[in-house]
Design a protein around this ligand. Structure first.
Ligand code: KIV
Ligand code: ZN
Length: 499
């Protein structure tokens, strides 16, 4: 199918090269399986010669994953290719990704060589990899700054040597979108055997143009894109998978199709962010916390009347089920009414006016208003009906003391007490709660913020927990931040269905 675009994910290779983002083998398998469910075509699992850990990860991912092709990176060096072939031995579909720098910067300063010698090495490494696997991808490192005429000679030669895919990396993120698109077009038009291979994009984001360059590459003939989840990668990162997938899903006129199950995007984005300890910027396209959050009254009104007025993607299409309408001091009556209706509260117009006045007063002091605040405004405090309630909490902690918490919870009307120690007062208190609720959840996000300024301020805590594959949010505010933390935790676990 000429318009099928292959998605080559390199989160576990180029993405994982980011300092501090290293994953262990178990975590890599978790990500690889999620990538398989997402529908990627190729998983670049690592660079086996680089370390025994990377070698083992390629072996483990090859065993754990069924459908995607597993790819291993090498330099144009025989011992690298030997290691890659060995690491890939259990993969059902395997690919060796080998290559060499082709720009004059690389030829002169990195290899102290000549264009003719590099061309020979390029051909030799593809031929060598072909001894092991049918599917060989060649990368022309720094192709972005490689002279097009010479690049076309290299591409022609490696395809003759058996390369099935030829990767044209903009290694330094230097190209302009038109320039990168024209490079791909030049190769499509000047490499005589181009129909025997697929051209691949591999764009870095140093000037913020990775996605734009990738799109231009595809519109000019590339049929594979090398991308990472959340655009993670060295320096400013790589092209982000979710952006490319949603661009082609939204722009049907391009007739470009991928195999990505877009509803899995948000889940894997959060998984990669948390495993790699790499927060997602709030305004990141597609997966950022604010990507679908409308806060101005005019936009909120428009979205509520007709979603497409201000939204080009339905958040549900990328797996986001949250309420996208934020309640702030700029929200109008329509937004408040909508939130109340979601909470099963239907007010007459005059009642709504009254609640709206109170809402504005509260919103002046509180940056965003949550469901509990809204219920409180209409006299329906949800915490009174919650199954688990905090009766009392006592914590002792300090320098040189082991933090200990004593707690009393009322669970379905029965009062229970417990005590626990922990790394800190919050840890101790949450451990005590856990010992009574007997539900072990994973805390994925824990955010403490001051509401205003000053020593007597109220601390508000947002918590996100994971239980049985589902995410639950909790919120609480209190002048005592330990109490706010425990209440937020209890708020989240109260939302877990009880059976
Ligand atoms: O950016 C780059 O050039 C690369 C190659 C090794 C494919 O990551
Ligand atoms: Zn790269």
């Amino acid at each position: 199918m000429a318009n099928r675009l292959f998605i080559f994910d390199t989160t576990l290779r180029d993405g994982e090269q980011v300092p501090g983002c290293q994953l262990n083998s178990t975590e890599k398998i978790e990500v690889a399986k999620a990538l398989e469910t997402l529908g990627v075509d190729v998983i670049e699992a690592g660079f086996p010669i680089s370390s025994p850990g990377d070698f083992q990860s390629v072996v483990a991912i090859s065993k754990a994953v069924t459908w995607p092709t597993i790819c291993a990176l090498t330099r144009a060096v025989e011992k690298d290719i030997d290691a890659a072939a060995q690491a890939l031995q259990y993969a059902r579909r395997k690919r060796i990704h080998t290559g060499i720098g082709t720009s004059d910067y690389h030829i002169r300063y990195k290899f102290n060589s000549t264009r003719e010698e590099i061309l020979e090495r390029a051909v030799a490494c593809v031929k060598y990899a072909k001894r092991y696997v049918e599917d060989v991808e060649f990368y022309a490192e720094d192709a972005g700054r490689t002279d097009n005429e010479y690049l076309a000679r290299v591409v022609e030669a490696v395809i003759h040597a058996g390369a099935t895919v030829v990767n044209i990396p903009d290694t330094t993120g230097y190209c302009l979108p038109d320039e990168y698109g024209a490079k791909i077009r030049y190769l499509m038009e000047h490499v005589t055997c181009i129909d025997k291979a697929i051209l691949s994009t591999h764009c870095h984001n140093d000037l913020g143009m990775a996605t734009a360059n990738t799109i231009q590459g595809v519109l000019n003939g590339a049929r594979q894109v090398e991308v990472t989840i959340n655009g993670i990668g060295e320096r400013a990162g790589n092209t982000s998978l979710e952006e490319v997938a949603m661009i082609f899903k939204s722009h049907r006129e391009t007739e470009i199709e991928t195999n990505i199950n877009s509803q899995n995007i948000y889940g894997i984005s959060r998984m990669v962010s948390s495993l790699m300890h790499m927060p997602i910027q709030p305004n990141k396209a597609i997966v950022g916390r604010n990507a679908f959050a409308h806060s101005s009254g005019i936009h909120q009104d428009g979205v509520l009347k007709h979603r497409e007025s201000y939204e080009i993607i339905d958040p549900k299409d990328v797996g986001i089920d949250d309420n996208a309408i934020l309640l702030t001091a700029r929200s109008g009556r329509a937004a408040l009414k909508h939130r109340l209706q979601l909470l099963d509260v239907n007010l007459e117009q005059d009642e709504l006016e009254k609640v709206y006045e109170d809402f504005l007063k509260l919103a002046d002091n509180k940056r965003d208003i949550n469901d509990d605040d809204v219920l409180m405004l209409v006299g329906k405090d949800r915490t009174t009906t919650q199954r688990i309630k905090l009766e009392y909490l006592q914590v002792s902690s300090g320098i040189g003391l082991k933090p200990v918490a004593s707690i009393c919870l009322s669970i379905a009307g029965v009062k229970l007490e417990a005590a626990a120690s922990g790394n800190g007062p919050v840890d101790a208190a949450i451990k005590a709660v856990e010992s009574l609720t007997q539900r072990t959840v994973t805390i994925q996000e824990f955010l403490i913020q001051a509401l205003n300024k000053g020593r007597d301020d109220i601390g508000k805590v947002h918590i996100q927990v994971e239980y049985d594959g589902n995410i639950y949010y909790g919120f609480a505010a209190h002048t005592d931040i330990i109490a706010a933390s425990v209440k937020a935790y209890i708020d989240a676990i109260n939302k877990i269905p009880y059976n």
